[in-house]
Design a protein around this ligand. Structure first.
Ligand code: BDR
Ligand code: CA
Length: 306
């Protein structure tokens, strides 16, 4: 089987941790590089979490550290949801610092993309600061990027503002650069994440599946981004689910722009389903997800981890 080469850009983050574990053990994917960016918590914590997670999972994937703040604004993190250090609830081993590469995330991404025989898929599951910097500083990478499959934005309502989703609203200028880039984009947004739920009986099953399942159970008990009892929202796994099982989605092509100036709507992804703006579609937008298929897929793939 030819594995699809990907780079994950992340801010772990409890739901990030599960998405990354699934991607690392999926035989269909080849994770070439992981880059970190400030988001759920500060850069130091997310990088530390990433290195701890890799040690725990026994995977030697290079990690490059990226932007410590959004392009324009200061970081407003989500430690209220993920805990003060971002991945609380489980006793991880020490961070495996040997995996850190001696390059900034942006130059590391450029190198991996330009050296790859096959076009790379970028998978951002965090604010889009690193990706925007990459595309602005090294536009030549566009020729060897297959697509950007992101968790971010919303075709409905928001979680950071009334209409704005955390990853896009944390760095709206960066998100706009990405949507304007001309690279094919798949947007798995907040509104499908609200239907990608893991129920208590799923968590109980995971607890008996192995080390990763046990980690998931413990993190989920602490995760305030969803309720353990009524269904935990696996936002970032939605991007990985698109790569591995796109049939679970209902998609629409649309022009997507990012609101930068709205006094109440800054950071909103404006998904123009009816072409009011007379623009060519720049994204495939996940409009709906089969929640039962997602649950079965999630359990199956967590089962493939250690
Ligand atoms: C996104 O925000 C973060 O808190 C999650 O990790 C996810 O990437 C959901 O809005
Ligand atoms: Ca995330």
């Amino acid at each position: 089987m030819t594995k699809r080469p990907i780079i994950i850009d992340t801010d772990p983050g409890i739901d990030d941790a599960l998405a990354i574990a699934i991607a690392l053990f999926a035989e269909e994917l080849d994770v070439k590089l992981i880059t970190t960016v400030a988001g759920n918590v500060c850069l130091e914590h997310v990088t530390n979490n990433m290195l701890k997670l890799l040690n725990f999972l026994g995977k030697d994937i290079p990690v490059a550290v990226g932007a410590g703040k959004p392009l324009i604004e200061e970081l407003v993190d989500a430690s209220n949801v993920h805990g003060a250090t971002g991945m609380e609830g489980f006793d991880f081993p020490e961070p495996k610092t040997e995996l850190l590469v001696d390059e900034h995330a942006v130059t590391a991404m450029r190198r991996v993309i330009m050296e790859s025989d096959e076009p790379i898929t970028l998978v951002p599951i965090a604010p889009l600061t690193n990706i925007a910097l990459l595309l602005s500083m090294y536009p030549e990478v566009k020729q060897n990027i297959k697509e950007i499959v992101m968790m971010g934005g919303s075709a409905g309502r928001g979680n950071k503002g009334v209409m704005s989703e955390f990853n896009v609203a944390t760095d709206p200028e960066a998100a706009k650069i990405v949507f304007d880039s001309g690279i094919p984009i798949v947007m798995a947004g907040l509104d499908v994440g609200w239907k990608a739920l893991v129920y208590p009986e799923d968590s109980e099953k995971m607890l008996k599946m192995g080390k990763t399942g046990e980690m998931a159970y413990c993190l989920f008990k602490k995760y305030r981004g969803g309720s353990f009892n009524t269904g935990l929202k696996m936002y970032d796994s939605c991007a990985i689910a698109y790569l591995l099982c796109p049939e679970m989605y209902t998609m629409e092509e649309a022009f997507v722009d990012v609101e930068l100036s709205g006094s109440m709507t800054r950071g909103c992804t404006v998904v123009d389903l009816k072409n009011y703006l007379h623009q060519t579609p720049n994204a495939k937008v996940c409009m709906d997800i089969d929640g039962e298929k997602f649950r079965a897929w999630f359990l199956e793939y967590v089962g493939k981890c250690i």
